[in-house]
Ligand binder design. Structure first.
Ligand code: GLA
Length: 387
């Protein structure tokens, strides 16, 4: 839906002119399951957005209409539900809840939400909804502090909404890049300090994202189990070395030293996280130097590690990764996001993207019987008000 269409839809429902706020989905180039271990990630915001058209109301109601779910729900800002509703609105309610918890005075409003980020594809449709909602509620608030709250602070609040309200124990990566992403750049983020550097993606490369069409569900358990395994490892390792507060602090040598105290499964999880952190820094360096050969190797190693050590890939993701191998213009590819389905990310030289997409699609469909969706993207700017 174009901006004009969204505006006229809003007019139709609410009889006023809206303001527009939007936030993008993201793809992660490398650094998977490292964010909640205080490690490094390198995502980019992509040109699929959730847009919220909104206008204040004279009362304390929050009326939220989703175009995607064709549903309108009504809430009272003074009696917001403290528990999830088990549906799409949870991401918006979670944000309103966390802002209220912060003592931010929210205003009654009409919201019309329209999302383009494919849902359940591992491209962070949830962060796009959270961040666009937070930006809307904050910028429309009458509280000057809220109106000017920094985007990096908004990212932290949105993560809290997802952790504490929705119940998915995610890290900061998705919300951060949805807020702070920059057109043309990947964002190398230190998830402990939240310091980041922009790493230009060479203009002759595109992000080709291949959707297996196998849906992943973050709050459905597996993700939280991986988190618990990492926490368990940290507790054990910290008994040997008090400087260890997260897997970020564990060197390969220290892991070897404490190995006997960890279960084989937990050891594998640690090995992935520790090596993946190293790969992120090396990948940023390779990208800066245009060393595509090395970058491709690091992405391949990341996928193998996610498949064999962290065990968050699936048959379809592995097939999609293999389908890209050897194609002209292919630099590197791997599963991206939480895993258990979703997408692969591929760096492909621009002139080859059309042929690349056609061949990968054909190979994948032949092997699985599933027709994939393939999106050719460039990095875009993070959350903003439009117009
Ligand atoms: C999901 C989470 C992120 C991150 C990735 C895995 O996308 O939202 O915080 O943990 O999985 O890297």
């Amino acid at each position: 839906m174009t901006g004009k269409e969204l505006a006229s839809r809003f007019q139709e429902y609410f009889k006023t002119q809206p303001r527009f706020f939007r936030a993008p989905g993201r793809v992660n180039l490398i650094g998977e399951h490292t964010d909640y271990n205080d490690g490094f990630v390198m995502p980019a915001a992509i040109g699929f957005f959730t847009t919220v058209a909104a206008a204040p109301r004279g009362d304390r109601k929050l009326i939220i209409r989703s175009e995607n779910f064709n549903e309108t729900l009504e809430f009272d800002l003074d009696h917001l539900p403290a528990k999830t509703q088990g549906k799409w609105v949870d991401y918006l309610l979670g944000v309103a809840w966390v802002l209220a918890q912060q003592g931010i005075a929210l205003r009654g409003a009409n919201l019309l939400v329209q999302g383009e980020v494919p849902i359940g594809a591992g491209l962070s449709s949830s962060a796009a909804v959270e961040v666009s909602t937070a930006l809307t509620l904050l910028r429309m608030s009458e509280d000057p502090k809220a109106q000017h709250l920094a985007l990096s602070e908004i990212a932290k609040l949105c993560r809290r909404a997802e952790n504490e309200f929705v119940g998915a124990q995610v890290g900061i990566m998705d919300q951060f890049v949805a807020c702070m992403g920059k057109a043309g750049d990947a964002l190398l983020l230190d998830c402990r300090s939240l310091d980041f550097q922009l790493v230009p993606i060479p203009s002759n490369l595109r992000l080709v994202i291949c959707n297996t069409m196998v849906k992943h569900e973050l709050s459905s358990g597996n993700y939280n189990i991986r988190r618990r395994e990492c926490d368990e490892a940290v507790k054990t390792i910290a008994r040997n070395d008090r400087n260890v507060h997260a897997l970020r602090d564990v060197s390969p040598a220290l892991l070897d030293q404490v190995s006997a105290e960890l279960s084989p499964t937990v050891r594998k999880r640690c090995e992935h996280v520790i090596r993946e952190n190293q790969r992120v820094l090396q990948a940023a360096d390779s990208l800066r130097k245009n060393d595509f050969q090395r970058l491709g190797e690091l992405m391949a190693q990341s996928h193998i590690s996610l498949r064999d050590l962290y065990e968050v890939s699936c048959k379809e993701l592995d097939i999609m990764v293999d389908a890209a191998h050897g194609l002209p213009g292919f630099v590197g590819g791997r599963m991206t996001g939480g895993g258990f389905g979703g997408c692969t990310v591929n760096l492909v030289e621009t002139p080859h993207t059309v042929e690349f997409s056609a061949v990968v699609s054909e190979r994948y469909e032949r092997a699985t019987g599933i027709k994939p969706q393939i999106y050719t993207c460039a990095a875009v700017d993070g959350a903003q008000e439009l117009g």
